[in-house]
Design a protein around this ligand. Structure first.
Ligand code: ADP
Ligand code: MG
Length: 683
């Protein structure tokens, strides 16, 4: 008996070659194969009598092949004719360049023959029909055949066979407390049936029921886990009361070179209410790229310092940490609040100096990378933790911070530039309250976005050359580092090409994720200082980087990126006072893809784009949700399937409320285990 966690290569008929093709689709285990859902279905009609076949229609018949065949050669083509018959008539099958068909079929056994029928005079013909041994259980009824996302070298039949084989052995694996709840209490079909029917549905209605169950499971698991963790995080834990000193905060704000926008003030009010309240703060600030989140973080830390506590701000990279340190040092210049930087790249001597001041309380604000979370960093009095652009800073990491607050939990503020519509955010981040920072500070020039075909690349790169000669800087982004296929440019190729042609004599850099972190930092620093004029890169530059002198970003094969990602990339320019450009290069013909790219051309607003993206895209990695360390949805889409979502929300609430009952506890455990598995995968 096979287990779902068995590797795919343990399956009969899957050798090393097929296994490696399946791996390419992300299918490592039998369960992965079951979760590789069809992207569409082909309707296969039941076999009908040959005399009932209509000219010009795709039809299926059940027939017996005549022993004899003939093969013709013409114009380098072999044409093979084999006749088949049933009680009602005769059908001639024709194949081109497949002479083996002449002897492939046994006489006297029935076959299921399917293809487009044409009447040639008196003779009914099918050209290149598909043939399978006739199985009355399958072929005598209309059915839907799955069409899977494939990779080169793998056929639909390969996948159908693999999944068919697995489906026979799953019956017992999915019977658990959760399954019983879903079927008995909520009237859904069993998980095992759902898997069978999503791959091989009897009809549209059974397909609908299968999808409903699978979508429910995704929502329910996510909602139960988030709800449970929210409770666990908050139960019995209080935050350090921070009494916000309005006068000191006002002084700080007065010293800034600008006035807070209305929206910034509103968000800050939310934060101060949390800080001075009973409960520990767990708040998400969502604001588009460039909406001015940094100053909000600073104002929150100012309040913490003014009431005598420490705070820490964490960012994903060294570069961002240094950048924030610089910005904040300027903001706090006229105060007596003390800031320190703590990153992995500092020397041990530097680090221990900073750690000492953190432990002694002579540092009020620490800005750094994950180094701040390390065990040997002991705070005297940590009251507030802020993460910026740390999408994967999940519940687990927050639990770690608990230990740094000695029984109290520091207040927690997450800042994210990936806008998700508010209702969705609240539901998805079950464990966070959400504040939205709307609009942008006044006076910002929108980035001009254009979509161009690759035939205009020469002009584009000349344009970039001229900008660089005029002292401005540019990013060029490619989807892949090396060995790009089918006409795609890789970062390495493009770098090699451009430095010999359009960008000859212009200091150009190459940066990608495979460089070691030190190397990356050095290149970024040189770019930030203006020593490198043009940077060819992969998406490593996506988040947070601020080089105001960069005014152009060109994105090769733009169709390869998600809208959220493109918007983040675009956010790298338009940060100074010069007009900026984002040029999307794409030859995509597909209407949906073009619509996605045009959405970017039409709007600079991340929230508008998020909505648009949800409309255009089916389920999947919804607007970069995976980046947030949340499980991505494979089949459910929280905006499109609102009804199932609401249903799952009610169900999750019921189970969480009865968490003290053994049955419900078991269900919660199942959800948490699943959730953790998914979260670990996306880490
Ligand atoms: P993000 O939300 O992407 O982190 P930042 O905090 O980096 O945005 O802010 C972008 C720029 O806007 C910074 O240069 C910052 O100084 C400026 N800024 C922020 N708030 C205001 C404001 N109220 N008025 C004018 N400029 C502002
Ligand atoms: Mg920022």
């Amino acid at each position: 008996m096979k287990r779902l966690s068995d590797s795919i290569s343990s399956l009969k008929g899957v050798g090393p070659k097929k296994a490696s093709l399946l791996h390419r689709l992300g299918i490592l285990t039998l369960e992965d194969a079951l979760n590789h859902f069809p992207r569409d279905y082909e309707e296969i009609k039941a076999a009908k009598p040959i005399e009932a076949v209509v000219d010009g229609e795709i039809s299926s018949v059940c027939a017996i092949f005549e022993g004899s065949s003939r093969t013709k050669r013409a114009k380098g083509l072999t044409v093979t004719y084999v006749k088949a018959y049933d009680d009602t008539g005769l059908l001639e099958c024709v194949w081109f360049n497949q002479p083996y068909r002449a002897t492939l079929y046994k006489p006297d056994i029935p076959y299921f023959i399917r293809g487009k029928a044409t009447r040639k005079g008196k003779i009914l013909q099918m050209q290149n029909p598909t043939v399978e041994s006739y199985d009355p259980r399958i072929h005598s009824v209309d059915r839907l055949l799955p069409i899977y996302p494939l990779t080169r070298g793998l056929t639909q039949n390969d996948l159908r066979n693999v999944i068919h084989t697995i489906l026979d052995s799953i019956e017992r694996e999915y019977i658990d407390a959760f399954d019983r709840l879903a079927t008995e209490e909520y009237g859904l079909i069993s998980k095992a049936s759902a898997y069978k029917l999503i791959h091989f549905p009897d009809n549209l209605e059974s397909l609908r029921l299968a999808r409903k169950r699978l979508k429910f499971d995704e929502f329910f698991t996510m909602l139960v886990s988030a709800g449970y963790q929210r409770k666990a995080l908050r139960s019995g834990i209080t935050g350090k009361r921070i009494s916000v000193d309005n006068i000191r905060v006002a002084e700080f704000l007065d010293n800034l070179p600008f006035k807070l926008t209305e929206s910034q003030q509103k968000v800050l009010t939310d934060i101060y209410a949390d800080l001075s309240g009973e409960k520990v703060m767990n708040r998400l600030i969502q604001g588009d790229v460039g909406s001015g989140k940094t100053v909000i973080a600073a104002a929150a830390m100012c309040a913490s310092a003014a009431s005598g506590h420490q705070s820490a701000m964490m960012v994903p990279t060294e570069i961002l940490a240094r950048q924030h340190m610089e910005t904040m040092s300027r903001m706090f210049e006229k105060t007596n609040i003390r800031l320190s930087l703590l990153t992995g790249r500092m020397s041990n001597a530097e680090k221990s100096l900073v750690k000492r001041s953190i432990a002694e309380g002579t540092t009020d604000i620490v800005i750094g990378t994950h180094a701040v979370l390390q065990q040997d960093v002991l705070f005297k009095d940590l009251a507030l933790v802020i993460t910026d652009e740390q999408h994967r800073f999940g519940v687990r990491q927050r639990m770690l911070l608990r230990s740094k607050g000695e029984g109290t939990m520091p207040h927690f503020l997450v800042m994210s530039a990936t806008p998700i519509p508010r209702t969705l955010a609240q539901a998805l981040y079950g464990d966070l309250d959400v504040s939205i920072l709307e609009g942008k500070p006044p006076g910002r020039m929108p980035v001009k976005t254009h979509l161009i075909p690759s035939s205009l690349r020469d002009r584009l790169y000349n344009f970039i050359r001229n900008r660089a000669l005029g002292g401005e800087q540019a990013y060029i982004v490619c989807p892949q580092i090396e060995n790009a296929s089918d006409g795609m440019k890789s970062a390495e190729e493009l770098y090699a090409e451009l430095t010999k042609t359009h960008l000859k004599g212009i200091t150009t850099g190459l940066i990608h994720g495979r460089l070691d972190p030190d190397e990356k930092e050095k290149i970024m620093e040189r770019f930030a200082k203006g020593q490198i004029k043009v940077l060819v890169s992969t998406t490593v530059i996506e988040v947070g980087i601020n080089v105001p002198n960069a005014t152009v970003i060109a994105i090769e094969n733009a169709e390869r990126f998600g809208l959220a990602q493109l918007h983040q990339l675009r956010g790298r320019v338009g940060r100074g006072d010069k007009p900026s450009y984002c040029i999307l290069i794409s030859d995509a013909k597909d209407e949906t893809t073009k619509a996605r790219l045009m959405a970017l051309v039409r709007t600079n607003d991340g929230f508008d784009l998020a909505e648009k993206d949800l409309q255009l895209r089916g389920p999947g990695d919804l607007y970069g949700i995976r980046q947030h360390g949340l499980p991505q949805f494979t089949i459910a889409n929280p905006l499109m399937n609102m009804d199932i979502f609401t249903f799952a929300q009610k169900a999750a609430k019921e189970v969480l409320e009865k968490a003290d009952q053994a049955g419900c506890r078991k269900i919660i455990e199942i959800c948490l285990e699943k959730h953790n598995k998914l979260a670990a995968m996306s880490d």
